[in-house]
Design a binder for this molecule. Structure first.
Ligand SMILES: Nc1ncnc2c1ncn2[C@@H]1O[C@H](COP(=O)(O)OP(=O)(O)OP(=O)(O)O)[C@@H](O)[C@H]1O
Ligand SMILES: Cc1ncc(CO)c(N)n1
Ligand SMILES: [Mg+2]
Length: 560
């Protein structure tokens, strides 16, 4: 499908400037008007001239990650040394949203969780030079503006953007930091209103900024926000989002969106946290990121708001700095992965695998089974709950993660990647007919532990290629915990160990009586034994685990 974007010029103020207003999708049936990517209302301040160009572009196609052109947002903003807001927030938000972000820095601020201690404005010429360097070369899709600290800088930004038009401009009219420090004074207001706002696809003021742009009107209710949105819309931006993060006495975080025709109230729960420095910048860059991917404006705003809410919730207890307002943590998805550190193969020493049937038979909960195994000396635990209800399993798994972590023992989940993610387990163990380890790696990220059951050297080789951390090899002896399980024997175990580049744990019918024989094969990458029945199909899990631990310790020289 070819995508054609229709470009209209705006003659009076923007001579030779093309503002993209509409997108059309050419289908096999002909050229159809598509859902406008950017609001199609032609600003009433301008006389519409003509259809000027029909140029090939990928503008309206939602981003296809398999294509090599990555959506690109350019942020023109101030640096926040504390990295909660400004350029740093924009970079992190775009990274989190999967979009490339280039930067034009308009000012350096010395800033922390207490407030703004200093501002150093970048010379206008150099702002223009940065802008030209990026935009003349790098296929920018969407520009987001933040702190523009002087009227001169606003002017050069507008000038450059007329010279190098982009698909959309998101204007976040940063003026005062939450600490009350001035980031851009009243001298910018007139050039903002006259030049920048008419170029904006969307304007995203907070309550104070909306009030300043409108000449110090009082904004205290959602009704006030609606009136403000309408008045601001008259200044030229094609859409307005008045943010209500600072709305007094509001249970929700309410933002008001106005597109010139309709109002939308966007609500999310209000997160109780001190770490809300940077929400405004994050919201605006996330909107820009979604627009750059090709999504319509209203869906871009909804996704962006949800992202801010999730990030606020995720980072609500983070402690950074001693001041009243901490930064939010944008890279929430990476948070769990740095917690556990690297996989240590010695954890495979006494590998306890729970079994729901056995727990039921002996009348114990999963958590009681796990507690007893850890107390007895288990060095890693895998939950293998084939017939538990998902919700019960997830709750039990969460509790087990806490128990294991309080003892420094990793917890893995058998097969269920969803449960592992939901309870933030340390990793997953998969069999040959489960999800391929390479896919599991993509889903779990680089640092989670992945184990794969292997019976042959070829499978061991593949597990290594797929990015697994260890393999489980067996059944070494016949076992009744797995139907139709092929027994590989000690010979098979040794063959797989020798072929494996990964550490190995032996599994299948292993207990106190035969552990010695297993470990005696004496291959350095055989790190331990994985045990189900010998621990859990017994009356006292604690006693059995202790016994097995003692036997394994006798084999320790062979293991290390
Ligand atoms: N405590 C909160 N819980 C949920 N959402 C919030 C909270 N505080 C702000 N938001 C949301 O964050 C976004 C940014 O709004 P806000 O009014 O805080 O902007 P801002 O004042 O420009 O931000 P900044 O603190 O970066 O200057 C809005 O969508 C708002 O509803
Ligand atoms: C540099 C910079 N930009 C924006 C804001 C608004 O949060 C801030 N505090 N600092
Ligand atoms: Mg705020």
């Amino acid at each position: 499908m070819a995508i054609i974007s229709l470009t209209l010029s705006t003659p009076s103020t923007f001579n030779k400037t093309f503002l993209p207003l509409h997108t059309y999708q050419a289908t096999q049936q002909g050229c159809q008007k598509s859902e406008p990517l950017l609001n199609s209302r032609i600003n009433k301040n301008y006389r519409t001239q003509a259809t000027v160009a029909m140029k090939e572009s990928s503008a309206s196609t939602p981003y296809d990650p398999s294509k090599s052109k990555i959506p690109h947002v350019l942020t023109i903003a101030g640096s926040d040394s504390g990295a909660g807001a400004g350029i740093q927030a924009d970079l992190k938000a775009c990274a989190a949203r999967g979009v490339y972000c280039s930067t034009v820095i308009t000012a350096l601020t010395a800033q922390n969780t207490v407030g703004v201690q200093g501002v150093n404005i970048v010379p206008e010429d150099f702002v223009a030079e940065q802008l030209k360097s990026v935009i003349s070369d790098m296929q920018v899709d969407v520009v987001k503006t933040g702190m523009l600290p002087s009227a001169g800088i606003v002017k050069v930004v507008c000038q450059s953007l007329k010279e190098f038009p982009v698909r959309a401009i998101v204007v976040d009219p940063v003026m005062v930091s939450t600490s009350g420090d001035v980031l851009a004074g009243p001298s910018i207001l007139s050039v903002f209103r006259e030049e920048l706002l008419p170029m904006a696809e969307i304007l995203t003021p907070n309550l104070k900024e909306a009030s300043a742009l409108l000449g110090a009107v009082q904004l205290q209710t959602v009704a006030d926000m609606r009136s403000a949105a309408k008045l601001l819309h008259n200044m030229g931006p094609r859409n307005v989002l008045v943010k209500g993060g600072d709305l007094p006495d509001s249970m929700d975080a309410v933002d008001v969106f106005f597109n010139g025709e309709e109002f939308y109230e966007l609500r999310s729960s209000r997160i109780k946290t001190r770490n809300s420095h940077g929400t405004g910048c994050t919201l605006a860059s996330s909107i820009a990121a979604e627009l750059a991917k090709g999504f319509p404006l209203l869906s871009a705003i909804k996704v962006a708001k949800r992202f801010v809410e999730t990030a606020l919730d995720y980072s609500k207890d983070v402690i950074i700095g001693n001041g009243p307002q901490g930064p939010l943590d944008h890279l929430l998805r990476l948070k769990s992965s740095y917690r556990q550190g690297a996989f240590n193969p010695n954890h495979l020493f006494l590998y306890a695998v729970t079994d729901s049937g056995m727990n039921k038979k002996w009348g114990r909960s999963i958590t009681d089974a796990v507690k007893a195994a850890i107390e007895g000396g288990a060095t890693i635990v895998q939950l293998r709950e084939k017939d538990a209800e998902t919700r019960d399993f997830m709750e039990a798994a969460k509790a087990c993660v806490e128990i294991c972590h309080s003892h420094g023992v990793p917890l893995l989940i058998n097969d269920r990647i969803d449960v592992a993610l939901a309870c933030d387990a340390d990793g997953v163990h998969v069999g040959q007919s489960d999800m391929p380890a390479s896919v599991v790696r993509t889903l779990l990220g680089p640092e989670k532990i992945i184990g794969v059951s292997c019976k042959t050297p070829e499978q061991a080789q593949q597990a290594w290629i797929d990015g697994a951390d260890y393999i489980g090899c067996g059944g070494v002896y016949p076992t009744n915990t797995k139907a139709n399980n092929l027994t590989v024997g000690l010979e098979g175990l040794k063959t797989v160990c020798l072929a494996s580049k990964l550490p190995v744990v032996a599994i299948g019918g292993i207990g106190v009586s035969n552990t010695h024989a297993v470990m005696e094969i004496g291959v350095p990458n055989l790190k331990g034994v994985a045990v189900v029945s010998a621990l859990f199909d017994r009356e006292c899990v604690l006693t059995e685990t202790r016994k097995l631990h003692a036997v394994l310790k006798e084999t320790a020289p062979m293991v290390k």
